[in-house]
Design a protein around this ligand. Structure first.
Ligand code: UFG
Length: 331
């Protein structure tokens, strides 16, 4: 089976590429390397340095490689940046998806699995978050992902393109070998930032607020291991093959950990003190985000391998020790 992965050079996309190849799929990657790294793409994949907004070339890639299904990751994903530059997010995420769907329709490729986000729910004082809750994004990033989901709905009705949207909570960790992992520049995510302390790249970690309405006052998040996340994508792709019907699912662990609990777990894993500085709250951070993933478990048959946060942080630590300076795009 031939699978096109857009954004295959990014953190999540590069893990999908590797795991798909390990499972015997033929993988073709489109990535414009704006935030991803060529080094992160498994060398067994066929790589096109291409922007998804280039309609004619995307049609050509789909046809030349006889693509059966698309897994779509190519998007910008920083909440803070999306508030400062919303149009940049509409241009890449919404318009990019429009062009991709147009190309799929013209090339007669009718199945797509894609990354949505917990940010579509906005600030809900409800835990855990189920798929029945209303979507009310509170930032531009979540709004563009919701717009992508809605676009898919109408493309399904009009052109019969079937989709599964996967709403991720906090994706974390790295491939078990440590070959690939989370590497952003600049880095804003909690676990890589915590690990910069034992790596000697920063002296302490700033905790953004300890006056939230949570047991220790710091924000609670649901951390899901990247390999478990990708296994859900493959199950979703198989479900589309079998049932040919569109749907959407939350992907999370169902467990919540506070920022201070994550730091404590990282201390155990790295055997480093990891000093903490309590700072101001970060704009737009909800106090608590915990997923219910029962729908994915029931309907996709999704079973998670990683249930311990120490193992998730441990896999990230392995990657960061092997790639102290991240990836590059040199070759
Ligand atoms: N945090 C700190 N210090 C840091 C970095 C983060 O205290 O240096 C805190 C944040 O305030 C937050 C938690 O750690 O409470 C997790 O922050 P991340 O930036 O790692 O992740 P977010 O929960 O903000 O965002 C994630 C994804 C987004 C997605 C969102 C959905 O990265 O793409 O979940 O809610 F939109």
């Amino acid at each position: 089976m031939n699978v096109l992965v857009t954004g295959g050079a990014g953190y999540i996309g590069s893990h999908a590429v590797k795991i798909l190849i390990e499972q015997g799929y033929n993988v073709v990657v489109i990535d414009n390397l704006s935030t991803g790294y060529k080094d992160a793409i498994d060398s067994r994949a066929k790589f096109y340095n291409l922007d998804i907004r280039d309609l004619d070339k995307v049609i050509d890639v789909l046809k030349t490689n006889k693509i059966d299904s698309v897994i779509h990751f190519a998007a910008f994903s920083l909440v803070g940046e999306s508030m400062e530059k919303p149009l940049k997010y509409y241009e890449n995420n919404v318009y990019g998806t429009k062009v991709l769907l147009d190309a799929m329709n013209q090339a007669n490729v009718k199945k797509i699995v894609f990354s949505s986000t917990a940010a579509v729910y906005g600030d809900k004082d409800i835990s855990p978050i189920t798929e029945e809750l209303e979507e009310t994004p509170s930032n531009a990033y979540g709004e563009t992902k919701l717009a992508m989901e809605k676009m898919m709905k109408w493309a399904d009705i009009a052109y019969g393109i079937k989709y599964i949207a996967l709403r991720y909570f906090n994706v974390a960790g790295a491939y078990f070998t440590g070959e690939i992992g989370e590497s952003h520049n600049p880095e804003t995510h909690l676990i890589p930032i915590i690990l910069q302390v034992p790596l000697g790249k920063r002296k302490s970690i700033s905790v953004y607020g300890n006056d939230y309405d949570t047991p220790d006052g710091t924000c609670i998040r649901d951390y899901i291991h990247i390999e478990d996340l990708i296994s859900a994508h493959i199950l979703a792709m198989k479900k589309l093959e079998k049932d040919n019907s569109s749907n959407f699912y939350n992907l999370g662990s169902g467990m919540g950990f506070s920022v201070l609990e994550m730091i404590e777990a990282a201390r155990v894993v790295t055997k480093h003190k990891i000093p903490v500085i309590i700072s101001e709250r970060r704009l737009g951070d909800p106090a608590r985000l915990i997923a219910s993933s029962l729908k994915a478990e029931k309907e996709l048959g999704w079973v998670k391998k990683y249930t311990e946060v120490k193992d998730i942080i441990g896999s990230a630590w392995k990657f960061h020790q092997l790639h102290k300076d991240g990836f590059n795009n040199e070759n």
